[in-house]
Design a protein around this ligand. Structure first.
Ligand SMILES: [Zn+2]
Length: 141
């Protein structure tokens, strides 16, 4: 008789779950309703995805990172092989679009899954007002 935990019971890694677009609660691949748009809720377990707010951070970060990488690749290609301009257009426009969509989808999913696992919620004030900070009267005349 082994007391080892069942590896199948452990939740998948955030990266794996994000790649498949899995619901963070039930694991069904129901996270997305469009290429980068979350579904309103999980079709399998009903988890409300709209309660999570991943913001625009992934889009700004990905635009900068992917733009820098692809510009470096385009410049390297241009100065080593000297292809005509149409080769750049045919190569970099679809590659950039695909890279941004796939990376944005994965990063948004990873952020939502992390928010669910870490039980991240919007900040709320609870309890009585603690009053002014203890050293706030130092500057008083
Ligand atoms: Zn679910």
């Amino acid at each position: 008789v082994s007391a080892a935990p069942n590896p199948a019971a452990a939740p998948p890694s955030i990266l794996h779950a994000a790649l498949r677009g899995e619901c963070p609660r039930c694991g069904a691949a129901t996270l997305f309703a469009g290429p980068v748009r979350f579904a309103d809720r999980c079709r399998a377990c009903g988890l409300d995805f709209s309660a999570y707010n991943v913001g625009d951070g992934p889009a700004a970060f990905l635009t900068l990172a992917i733009g820098a990488l692809l510009c470096a690749a385009a410049l390297t290609l241009h100065f080593t092989l000297h292809p005509p301009f149409w080769v750049h257009v045919l190569l970099w426009v679809p590659l950039t679009s695909a890279a941004v969509v796939l990376a944005l989808r994965m990063l948004k999913a990873a952020m939502l899954i992390h928010e669910h696992r870490a039980e991240v919620r919007e900040g709320r004030l609870t309890g009585p007002d603690p009053g002014p900070a203890p050293d706030s009267d130092r500057d008083a005349p």
